[in-house]
Write a protein that binds this ligand. Structure first.
Ligand SMILES: NC(=O)c1ccc[n+]([C@@H]2O[C@H](COP(=O)([O-])OP(=O)(O)OC[C@H]3O[C@@H](n4cnc5c(N)ncnc54)[C@H](OP(=O)(O)O)[C@@H]3O)[C@@H](O)[C@H]2O)c1
Ligand SMILES: *[C@@H]1O[C@H](CO)[C@@H](O)[C@H](O)[C@H]1NC(C)=O
Ligand SMILES: *[C@@H]1O[C@H](CO)[C@@H](O)[C@H](O)[C@H]1NC(C)=O
Ligand SMILES: *[C@@H]1O[C@H](CO)[C@@H](O)[C@H](O)[C@H]1NC(C)=O
Ligand SMILES: CC(=O)N[C@H]1CO[C@H](CO)[C@@H](O)[C@@H]1O
Length: 350
């Protein structure tokens, strides 16, 4: 039995509830939570995979878009593709080559985007760059463990720091600016530990912890907005997007070094195209969700690991669905453990 099959039975009821609730929310939601038309979006990792799909969809919806990645040739190709999907000829597009693992480079990216945007900070910033080098804990060189943390945790952390420093500075001039959004791409491995992901999963889990703490801290700045005290120009939101498997160039690359036991553990997981993940992420933002998962297994993993994280929507669906997954986990966890045990029994540890 695969994880998918096991999870399928006990959570069927919860799943139906979630589908009904999502449909109901979809019926009533206009896009008041995430309007992008005429606004400026900065997205790292925008030259490939999910980031490129997102940038393209944001262009279709009328946003000005700036993408960031290291490789110039990929940036050139991507920006042409993104441009060709613009809604109107007045939209503007920019590509910046930078290594997001450097704090100074994150400050430069933001300064460059702001000056390009007529000295106004971009309203939506998406820390999406990341890459996975899966492998067993002991087989993976220490440098790789460390560089995975740089790419997947520190790159997003530095961008959050540079962006919030800019956004949350007290402003003299009080203009009405729509709420700003800082978005981080994490992963569903932030919710459940999986053998073979020790280089990558801790960085993605750390991003969830960062977002949880930051989200609460932002209440201080949001609370100051309509007070007579110094305050930033606009309310600030934070979101954590946690996709599962995306059939992207990044996935093809990680598949080449992934341990066979990790492949067995993942074999039943749903796989999504870059476009499906981008659409699901944008729908979550439009609903005003905080932690956003992109398919049913991700939804189940999210509610099984809520801890103190804010619940989405009215909260009650997350709580009920969470109870169902708590029971399902009695079966799923031993199943996953035994798959790893059996691999060792069959192949030894060499
Ligand atoms: N693929 C999956 O199955 C999966 C699942 C869950 C979560 N995610 C996460 O989703 C995000 C997107 O993944 P993806 O697979 O769609 O993308 P991808 O095809 O692997 O593309 C990664 C993008 O990030 C850029 N990038 C990587 N390292 C960078 C650095 N140090 N500085 C600046 N840019 C950098 C790459 O360009 P350059 O190489 O030119 O810099 C590229 O534009 C990542 O955060 C990933 O961890 C992926
Ligand atoms: C501040 O007050 C204005 C006008 O009453 C309101 O529209 C806006 O939502 C308030 N902003 C915040 C962050 O409370
Ligand atoms: C910040 O304030 C806005 C407006 O009141 C609110 O919609 C938003 O949820 C707040 N963000 C956070 C992270 O609390
Ligand atoms: C991943 O690797 C396996 C072999 O281990 C192969 O069968 C599969 O097609 C690969 N998938 C992708 C998307 O590259
Ligand atoms: C010149 C330019 O692109 N200005 C944009 C800068 O960003 C703000 C907020 O996103 C937009 O309203 C401006 O149109």
């Amino acid at each position: 039995m695969t994880v998918t099959e096991l999870l399928g039975h006990p959570i069927a009821i919860g799943l139906v509830a979630v589908l009904i609730a999502s449909a109901a929310m979809g019926l009533f939601s206009s896009n008041k939570h995430f309007p992008v038309e005429g606004r400026t979006v900065l997205i790292t990792g925008g030259s490939s995979g999910m980031g490129k799909a997102l940038a393209t969809k944001l262009a279709q919806q009328g946003a000005n878009v700036c993408i960031v990645a290291r490789t110039q040739s990929k940036l050139d190709q991507a920006i042409e593709h993104i441009k060709s999907h613009a809604k109107s000829p007045t939209q503007r597009f920019l590509a910046i080559s930078a290594d997001c693992t450097s704090p100074d480079e994150n400050m430069r990216i933001l300064a460059q985007t702001t000056s390009w945007n007529n000295s106004q900070a971009p309203d939506i910033v998406w820390a999406n760059a990341g890459s996975s080098s899966p492998g067993l804990f002991l087989d993976t060189p220490l440098e790789t463990h460390r560089s995975q943390m740089d790419t997947n945790y520190w790159a997003s952390f530095y961008l959050a720091h540079a962006t919030l420093k800019l956004w949350l500075a007290p402003q003299q001039k009080k203009e009405v600016i729509k709420p700003r959004h800082f978005i981080i791409t994490s992963s569903s491995v932030a919710f459940v530990g999986v053998a073979g992901y020790t280089p990558y999963a801790p960085a993605k889990a750390a991003l969830k912890s960062l977002a949880d703490s930051l989200r609460m801290e932002l209440n201080l700045y949001n609370g100051s907005i309509n007070s007579s005290k110094p305050s930033p120009a606009a309310a600030t939101n934070i979101h954590l997007v946690c996709p599962g498997t995306i059939l992207s160039p990044g996935y093809e690359a990680e598949n080449r070094t992934k341990h066979p036991v990790t492949k067995i553990l993942e074999s039943g997981d749903p796989k999504q195209s870059e476009d499906e993940v981008a659409d699901a992420s944008l729908r979550g933002l439009q609903r005003g969700d905080y932690v956003i998962t992109t398919q049913w297994l991700g939804h189940a993993m999210r509610v099984s690991a809520l801890g103190g994280s804010p619940r989405n929507g009215w909260g009650i669906v997350d709580v009920l669905f969470g109870w169902v997954t708590a029971v399902a986990w009695l079966f799923i966890a031993p199943d996953m453990e035994s798959k790893v045990w059996n691999w060792g029994k069959e192949h030894g540890c060499a």
